[in-house]
Design a protein around this ligand. Structure first.
Ligand SMILES: NC(=O)C1=CN([C@@H]2O[C@H](COP(=O)(O)OP(=O)(O)OC[C@H]3O[C@@H](n4cnc5c(N)ncnc54)[C@H](O)[C@@H]3O)[C@@H](O)[C@H]2O)C=CC1
Ligand SMILES: O=C(O)[C@@H]1CCC=N1
Length: 271
């Protein structure tokens, strides 16, 4: 398959647009190779025009013309969508089908597509739109190395990509796909703390965001354990330990970990 296969993005909402923006604006995927379809195309018309991609209501036509189909509809809409595509013979040429739907298993996708359809389950996140994404891939049974490489090549320009067994996908969803929302709330809280202590809000937000970026980058770039990095900040009898103990009084570790656990449990039920 060529480097930029003909791509159909079905469902052009938050994630369809985020992935498309990352591909076109940041990684140079040719816009003319991408056709999006959405049952309510009006709400995304301006975005599609800005990206230079085609957008219509016609998912069947987009899929028939595609080598790779990226399914970006909500889990509840997937069954009817696949039934319609299958009945219309739109998948008969066996394009590579990549689904990002939370909680939707490869077994479900397999049962609702023509026999032998190559399937990959993917779990990206919204930072893909600025090439700082995290995507985890789980290949279906019949998927060749070359087809998995094609799926990987789609997400690699959008950030980091990892292959994992499908059994981990709900936890991945709870952590790295829901996670940006949790971090945005934590960032907001960090900034509120700064505002409470007298910083102008815009300054507090910038300090919180750049600090979070720096701390996360230290973990990724040094490979060191977060606890060791935390210890280096924490001077005996200094201000950091005082702040850490106040956070522990509020059970920060347990609250954050339980948030991931709860999101994982709900993700498992979405399909
Ligand atoms: N929002 C996020 O951060 C993430 C979402 N996901 C998954 O991505 C998928 C999409 O989520 P969002 O983009 O947030 O939802 P969204 O609601 O913003 O977008 C879904 C789009 O699909 C369209 N649609 C529905 N049925 C359709 C059909 N039969 N044919 C064509 N278009 C149809 C809707 O009009 C809508 O524009 C979901 O399955 C979700 O689980 C995965 C990772 C992160
Ligand atoms: O909240 C959701 O269901 C979707 C899936 C992961 C992120 N957003």
């Amino acid at each position: 398959m060529n480097q930029h296969p003909k791509l159909a993005i079905i469902g052009f909402g938050t994630m369809g647009q985020a992935i498309c923006a990352g591909l076109v604006e940041a990684s140079g995927y040719p816009a003319q190779q991408i056709q999006a379809a959405d049952c309510h195309p009006a709400h995304a018309k301006v975005r599609a025009e800005a990206l230079g991609i085609g957008l219509s209501k016609d998912a069947e036509a987009a899929v028939k013309a595609a080598e790779v189909v990226l399914l970006c509809v909500k889990p509840k809409d997937l069954k009817d969508l696949l039934a319609g595509l299958t009945a219309a013979g739109a998948l008969d040429h066996k394009p590579l089908v990549v689904s990002i739907a939370a909680g939707t298993t490869l077994a479900f996708l397999d049962a609702h597509t023509p026999e032998g359809t190559p399937l990959v389950r993917a779990m990206p996140n919204t930072p893909c739109s600025i090439r700082k994404g995290m995507t985890v891939l789980a290949p279906g049974k019949g998927v060749s190395e070359a087809q998995l490489a094609t799926a990987r090549a789609l997400f690699e320009p959008l950030g980091r990509v990892m292959d994992l067994d499908e059994k981990h996908m709900d936890a991945v969803t709870g952590l790295s796909a829901s996670g940006p929302a949790f971090v945005f709330v934590i960032l907001e809280s960090l900034a509120e703390g700064g505002v409470q202590c007298g910083l102008p809000r815009a300054v507090a937000v910038e300090l919180a965001a750049q600090m979070t970026l720096g701390a996360a980058s230290m973990v990724l770039e040094t490979g060191r354990h977060p606890a060791a990095l935390k210890d280096e900040v924490t001077t005996p009898a200094g201000c950091t330990i005082a702040g850490l103990l106040a956070l522990e009084d509020g059970r920060i570790r347990s609250v954050v970990a339980r948030g991931i656990e709860r999101a994982t449990q709900v993700a498992a039920g979405l399909g």
